[in-house]
Design a protein around this ligand. Structure first.
Ligand code: NAP
Ligand code: ZN
Length: 367
């Protein structure tokens, strides 16, 4: 056996964890640039908890609430200019994957004088500002990954920043902040976590500890799927369970990365406006059918862990939960061609050809 496992984020899980650990923020710097989306951080209480914690440590802070879902390269350049102007020496992100990923990019851009597109071509930077994050969706796992996924309008897709230097230093996980997530966001983000665990388990880069985390994550998510399909109302304990499962799935992809599902899903988001998790959830079963031809034992273990009796049962579940959605043959061609060039295709075992990707898209979306 041979592997490496590097995850330098301190994960602090539990109710009131920000306030109880405010002293740890003081080690990051003296002036925080807090990044969030428009309103959810204020509504769910994490903004108040964070600003009180910072103030209690004598840390200056500035709140920037202009991060939109699927942030672009242009968005993070604008935010970095503001952070630099405010003299921030560390970044705090409050929100879903969008503010957290934007914050990772800003941590790089605000620290130096880099052109923004260097984010995608380099994975080592001279300096990166320290980062503390508070996930308020339970899905992306971005709180424990070394990735930021940004809309790349030049390439007409989503591109990756990958660097060990953007692992957050601190991740505060408090399930209370996710209590009022709308059903639609809960579904999309939970399905995103599920695809992280499945893809990470099957990835070329998967390792023994990664597979252990993936199965535990799927066990926790599988137990919640019936609730999600019924009324979608989760109590605090279930919200914590989901946040935990999402964190585990983030730990999985932090080491093993994602595969063909994410590669194809980015076009569904970029061109068709589907939420990231919905795009992945609509693709996951056909992807498993494709993998099943070469690795039936692995697929069967994943299905059992999720408590699905067959791929057909899984297909029906996700179509009912997330569908309907369709593509034209021309769109399927274009999206297969874009996905075939994505780095995570090489992380898929067996590695699909462009024609096989097209077949998966056809099976999912051509009427
Ligand atoms: P998101 O885009 O961050 O947020 C979606 C919506 O949910 C926003 O309208 C947001 O409102 C709202 N919201 C967030 N927290 C809420 C809460 N507690 N209560 C009510 N509403 C809340 O969604 P996401 O799915 O978490 O993130 C998706 C992004 O993450 C995509 O760009 C995807 O590519 C990326 N991603 C990154 C990784 C990684 O490893 N870095 C992995 C997977 C996905 P506000 O705008 O008002 O906050
Ligand atoms: Zn994802």
């Amino acid at each position: 056996m041979r592997f490496q496992f590097y995850l330098p984020t301190r994960m602090i899980f539990g109710q009131n964890c920000i306030k109880q650990n405010s002293a740890k923020l003081a080690r990051l710097g003296t002036c925080a640039f807090i990044m969030s989306g428009k309103s959810s951080a204020a509504d769910n209480g994490c903004l108040d908890d964070m600003t009180q914690a910072l103030s209690s440590q004598g840390i200056q802070w500035f709140h920037y609430n202009k991060v939109t879902p699927n942030p672009s390269l242009e968005d993070v350049e604008t935010a970095a200019a503001v952070a630099r102007k405010k003299g921030a020496d560390f970044i705090v992100a409050l929100g879903g994957g969008s503010p957290i990923d934007a914050a990772k990019a800003v941590a790089v851009l605000a620290a130096g004088d880099l052109p923004a597109d260097a984010l995608f071509s380099q994975n080592e930077f001279e300096t990166v500002l320290p980062l503390a994050v508070v996930p308020t969706t339970a899905g992306t796992g971005s709180e424990v990954t070394p990735y930021a996924i940004l809309t790349n309008n030049t390439m007409e897709t989503k591109s990756f920043l990958t660097s060990d230097q953007v692992f957050p230093r601190l991740a505060f996980l408090d399930g209370r902040y996710t209590m009022n997530l709308p059903k639609k966001v809960t579904r999309a983000t939970m399905v995103d976590a599920l695809t992280h665990a499945i893809e990470g388990y099957l990835a070329v880069r998967a390792t023994a500890p990664v597979q252990l985390f993936a199965l535990e994550s799927l066990k926790q998510i599988g137990a919640l799927l019936p609730v999600l399909a019924a009324d979608g109302v989760l109590d605090l304990e279930q919200r914590e369970q989901l946040l935990y499962a999402s964190m585990l799935a983030g730990m999985v992809i932090s080491q093993s990365g994602t595969t063909a599902v994410h590669a194809m899903g980015y076009s569904l988001t970029y061109f068709k406006g589907l939420e990231h998790g919905v795009a992945n959830g609509l693709l996951i079963t056909e992807y498993l059918r494709y993998i099943n031809r070469a690795r039936p034992d692995d697929v069967s273990r994943l299905l059992n862990t999720l408590c699905f009796c067959s791929l057909n049962a899984m297909q029906t579940f996700f179509t009912d939960l997330l569908g309907p959605f369709s593509l034209t043959p021309k769109e399927a061609d274009k999206f297969a061609a874009i996905a075939a060039k994505a780095g995570n295709i090489k992380n898929t075992r067996p590695e699909p050809t462009q024609e096989e990707l097209r077949q998966i898209l056809d099976n999912c979306f051509l009427k």
